[in-house]
Design a protein around this ligand. Sequence first.
Ligand code: LLP
Length: 400
Amino acid sequence: MSKLEYNSNQELELDGVRLLSLVKEEQEGTYVYSRKGLMDRLFLFQSAIAKVLTQRFTVHYAMKANSHLEVLKLFKSQNCGVDIVSGGELKRALEAGFTGSQIIFSGVAKSKEEIRQCFKAQIRQFNVESPSELKRIAALAAQNPTGKKIPVVLRFNPDVDAKTHPYIATGFRENKFGMEEALIKDCLQILNVSPELSLIGVSFHIGSQLHDFAAFKEAVQKTKKLYQNLKSQGYPLTTLDVGGGLGIDYSKSAAVDLEFLEGYCQILKEEFANFEGQLQFEPGRYLVARSGVLLTQIQYIKKTSERNFILCNSGMNHLIRPALYEAEHRIMPLQNKSTGEDLVADVVGPVCESSDFLGKNRHLVGVNEGDWLCIADSGAYGAAMASQYNLFGFPREVVI
Ligand code: LLP
C-alpha cells in the first residue's frame, strides 16, 4: 500500500522516493505515480475478493480513472482486465497489451465507429445502456464481416441511493445510466429478433466514492433477482457485473481504506454464497487514487483583508476534483520547514475562475513562495480529467 510520509529530514516521500528530487525550479505541475503502490493495491483488491468468493471472477480496471500507459501495462501484467468508455480508451488499452477478451465497453452513448472498433478487437462484452443502443449494435453486428455473435450485457438501474456526491451517483432512477425494468423488457424484444447478439449477463454501477454499503447490498439483491428472472425465461446468462465505486477517505491516509474493502467484501460473501454465475468488478479509484500525488509550486502568497491565498501553478486545470465535487484532498508541503509562513489560506491555481481552488481554509506551516506542495491521493481522476483551459499546459506525469 502506498506510503506518503516525511523522512527524518522532514522531506515528504512517496514509497521511499523523495518528492523534492522529482521537481525543479519553474517546472509545471507534476503527477507522480508509484509502481509499487499500484501493484500492492491491485493485489490487495484481488486477494480480498478471492477470499470471500467461491465462483470465478474477473477484475476490469476502470481506466477512466487513470489511463497512463505505464499504469495500464502494470495492471495488464497482473492478470487484470479493463473497463473502457470510449474509442480512445480502446486504442490505449490495446496499446498497453490488453486482449479483446479482457475488455468491457461501458460507454453511455457509444458511437457507430466505437462499436465497429470494438467488433474488430473482439471485446469481451458490450454493457448496453439503452434499447436504442442495443438496436444500433444489432444493426452493425448484422454487417460485421467476422460473423461472430456479439456478447452483450444489460446495464440495470436498480434505483438505489448510493449516498455519494450527486455528480457521481449513477444508480437513481433519474440518472442517465442503466435501464429500469421496462427498458430491459424492450431490450429483450430486440434480442429476440437479433440472432447476431447473445445476452450473457446483467450489470450495474450505482456510483463512485461509495462508503454506504447498504445501497450496494440492495443493488446486488435487485440485480440478482433480475438475473434469475432472465435465466428462468431461458436466456443463457453467465455473468453478473457489479461495477466499481468502492471509495476511499480523502481526509486520512491509506490505512483506513481497508475497512471499506472489508465492508464491501462482507456483502459479496453474504450475497453471492449460493450464486452460480461468474462475477465481474470494475474498480477505478480504489486501485489508483492512493498511488498518485500532484506536485505544484507556490508562485505567490497573497494576503487580503478577507483571506489569504497561496497561488500555485496547478489548479482546476490539473486537478478538477475540488472544484467539481468539493473534494478535500490533503495538502502537504514537500518539506516541513521551521521558517516561513504559518497561515490559514485558500490554496488556488492560476485559472481565471473563482472555482479554481485545490483546497480551502487550509492551515499550512513553514511555507514560502517558491516552495512545492503535494496534493495527496490524486492518482484517480487527476491527470485523467486535466484540461488545457486558459491554454495552460497539461501536467507532467512521472512514474517511480
Ligand atoms: N464502472 C462504471 C460503469 C463507471 O461509470 C465507473 C465510474 C466505474 C466503473 C469506476 O468507478 P470507481 O471505482 O472509480 O468509483 N470523476 C469522479 C468519478 C467519476 C466516476 C465515473 N464512473 C471523481 O473524481 O470522483
